[in-house]
Design a binder for this molecule. Structure first.
Ligand code: SF4
Length: 439
């Protein structure tokens, strides 16, 4: 091994897709030149994979970069990903940054880090995205429990508040055989669960003439992977076939995360979303009809320009009326270059904050209701690796987090349990189902 191997640390912000891509990039670093260290360690090279979905995300990226420059002033700092794609100039203004790579160039980072020390000025490689971008595969390893497998990238939707199509380009995907091959590699790593991820995965198949349901039917055949989770899917792309297949096939988890964004049709129109709220409600009812204990999460943007108190209340009561299990709440964030940034009727910060708070408490009561609904039921839990206050935690198939006294042999294992109650931590308590106490 070359004595001058450089210690490289990776830092990932943002979505599951970013984690899959960081993991893939880290595997591409030649080990004869680079030695991977932890994100908390001192390093010769720091690589930051960024997110730019909101103003807060941008701020977090800048803060992390400044911390790393302070922590390791001699280190080579490379910034890649969505924020680097959308705003390379802003990043190059941060003292200590050496290299800025867009969403295509980031895969070639190993060849773009010079052998010597820092660059005198930040070098930028971040070209404009075209409509003919290639698909670059990615999957995460290193976490024995689950792997994020990238099946789709980019988006052809033009939601008025979103910059992701500008950061990641057009919707594209590899053919199903390629993904089945990658799932096979993940199985060899001894990983139990794959989370199918992308930007708009319901749009899978656009560039290959295939479909998402085709992918599901093929990927469940891969030996060694016992659980597949659909990371997130648009309501208008969640077909009856997909719901039916999830109900019939034990490998597809009964857990759906569906971006709703608003429960008011005028606001959905201003967001340029491709469905009315009735479509979302219909999907929820369809799921619960054939999978009464399915876990259902929804994204909500609160405080969209022009959102009146009545329209907000409309969203609140709409969600309250539906059997969703939890919510992810996002205060509206004005993004440069989007249609929504030009809209009148900006909602004051205090009002946005108040609306988000109320939705967060609604999410809490929905989650509690869902947990109570599951008490006494048996579920299969995939236990995670890390000890947490002398406890081991894990997720049920329908996405409930549970806890159990720390037992190292359980980590990475899927076990049958009975859900017994709700712990002060907000997780559910369980009993193991053993051959002796199996009903
Ligand atoms: S579907 Fe809409 S919100 Fe989602 S990535 Fe595409 S443009 Fe953005």
């Amino acid at each position: 091994m070359g004595i001058n191997r450089r210690r490289v640390a990776f830092h990932t912000l943002g979505c599951k897709l970013n984690f899959a891509e960081t993991s893939t990039i880290s595997r591409s670093m030649p080990t004869e030149h680079f030695e991977r260290v932890g994100s908390g360690d001192s390093a010769d090279v720091h690589i930051v994979n960024t997110c730019s979905v909101t103003e807060t995300a941008d701020k977090k990226c800048r803060q992390l970069i400044k911390q790393l420059v302070k922590r390791d002033p001699e280190a080579f700092i490379a910034v890649v990903g969505c924020y680097a794609q959308l705003n390379p100039e802003k990043i190059s203004a941060i003292k200590g940054v050496d290299l800025i790579l867009g969403n295509n160039e980031k895969y070639d980072i190993a060849n773009l880090i010079p052998a010597g020390g820092k660059n005198s000025v930040a070098e930028i490689y971040s070209r404009e995205l075209t409509a003919e971008e290639l698909f670059r595969g990615a999957w995460s390893a290193g976490d024995r429990t689950r792997s994020f497998l990238k099946v789709q990238d980019g988006c052809d939707y033009k939601c008025s508040y979103c910059t992701i199509p500008m950061a990641r380009g057009n919707s594209r995907n590899p053919d199903i055989s390629t993904i089945v091959g990658e799932a096979g590699k993940i199985a060899k790593e001894g990983i139990e669960e794959i989370v199918l991820t992308g930007v708009n995965i319901g749009d899978f198949g656009k560039s290959t003439g295939e479909s998402f349901i085709d992918l599901l039917k093929r990927i469940v055949e891969v030996k060694g992977i016992h659980r597949y989770r659909i990371s997130s899917i648009e309501p208008n792309l969640l077909t009856d076939d997909i719901i039916k297949f999830a109900a019939e096939n034990e490998k597809i988890m009964p857990h759906f995360h569906i971006p709703l964004q608003s429960g008011n049709n005028r606001i959905l129109g201003a967001m340029r979303r491709r469905y009315k709220r009735e479509v979302f409600a219909d999907r929820i009812i369809k799921i619960k009809e054939i999978m009464p204990f399915a876990g259902i999460g929804a994204d909500i943007i609160s405080g969209f320009p022009g959102e009146s108190e009545e329209e907000y209340e409309d969203t609140y009561s709409f969600i309250e009326s539906l059997p969703v299990s939890y919510l992810h709440i996002f205060p509206f964030s004005e993004r440069p270059g989007t249609v929504a940034a030009q809209l009148e009727g900006k909602v004051p910060y205090k009002v946005k904050e108040k609306r988000c708070k109320k939705l967060i408490s609604l999410s809490g009561s929905k989650q509690r209701e869902f947990m109570e609904h599951n008490i006494g039921r048996s579920e299969k839990v995939l236990f995670e690796g890390l000890e947490n206050d002398r406890l081991i935690t894990g997720f049920t198939e329908n996405y409930i987090r549970v806890e159990y006294p720390w037992e190292p042999s359980l980590s990475g294992q899927a076990k049958e349990v009975t859900l017994t109650g709700i712990a002060p931590s907000g997780r559910m308590t369980i009993n193991m189902i053993t051959t002796k106490n199996r009903l």
